[in-house]
Design a protein around this ligand. Structure first.
Ligand SMILES: CC(C)(COP(=O)(O)OP(=O)(O)OC[C@H]1O[C@@H](n2cnc3c(N)ncnc32)[C@H](O)[C@@H]1OP(=O)(O)O)[C@@H](O)C(=O)NCCC(=O)NCCS
Length: 232
């Protein structure tokens, strides 16, 4: 599939500057130390979701291999964690994609997955917006989303952002031309990163406090039982 002529500016405003009903979703940048969590997340996807995500029904072994091969230096991986620190949604922004022609502008490919229990809450869209911000801040001019034509949700996210969708039978490519980076787009990225890190640390602390309270509760219960036995 060759890159189509893309409109100079997306028909809808870029999501980075849009978002009237904005509510913040913490999105963290993931690194090599997150491989285990990424694997656990992807293994929770059912066969049909794996087919949508990878274009084939990836086996557990193929998923492990994919995660092992993730290049966190070259590419970017983002995640959304639940309060229990489960990775409920993640996206892979592959900067290593070869441009279709020698002189074609820099482009990156976006792939995403949201656990079934966390769907239809806007996480897929948020990860896409986050990825477009990071891509434009790295000088990427075009974002590619390769999806099955029946993947309504993914194609909707792409179309809503102004992407041009080219369908070839059962497969579709969505191309989104990105605006150049600005001072504001870099500030957006920095602020988002720091806020997400803070959110994660607060969740870790909350888990620790909750674990401590559980342990105190257990000690209290067993002490109560012991003193009851002693009284008898
Ligand atoms: C595609 C996927 C990431 C969407 O995640 P999500 O968090 O549920 O998506 P959102 O809540 O952000 O919804 C985005 C849009 O798609 C629509 N949508 C969501 N699920 C839908 C569905 N099953 N059918 C039709 N539309 C759907 C939403 O209404 C929303 O549109 P709107 O903004 O116009 O209202 C998720 O379904 C998934 O992980 N699928 C398996 C893997 C996959 O397909 N990856 C994409 C290929 S790389």
């Amino acid at each position: 599939m060759s890159i189509p002529d893309l409109p100079e500016t997306p028909p809808t405003p870029m999501p980075v500057t849009a978002a009237p009903n904005w509510s913040w979703v913490p999105i963290r940048s993931l690194g090599p130390r997150h491989r285990e969590r990424i694997t656990a997340h992807l293994l929770l996807l059912e066969t049909s979701d794996r087919y949508f995500r990878f274009g084939y029904s990836a086996t557990d072994a193929q998923i492990s291999k994919y995660v092992d091969m993730l290049d966190f230096e070259q590419d970017e991986v983002f995640g959304i964690f639940s309060r229990r620190l489960e990775l409920i949604a993640m996206a892979h922004l592959a900067h290593s994609v070869a441009a279709p022609k020698k002189d074609s502008p820099a482009m990156s490919e976006f792939g995403v997955s949201v656990l079934p229990t966390a769907r239809k809450r806007g996480f897929g869209r948020r990860l896409f917006e986050h990825a477009t911000l990071h891509a434009r801040n790295r000088g990427v001019e075009t974002l590619l989303i390769h999806a099955l034509s029946e993947n309504t949700a993914m194609l909707k996210i792409a179309r809503n952002a102004g992407a041009t969708v080219v369908r070839e039978g059962s497969e579709s490519d969505a191309w989104l031309k990105l605006p150049p980076d600005t001072f504001a787009s870099h500030v957006d990225e920095l602020v988002g990163h720091q806020a997400a890190e803070l959110d994660y640390r607060l969740k870790v602390r909350a888990r620790q406090v909750s674990g401590l309270l559980d342990a105190i509760g257990e000690v209290k219960t067993s002490l109560g039982k012991t003193s009851k036995v002693a009284e008898e």
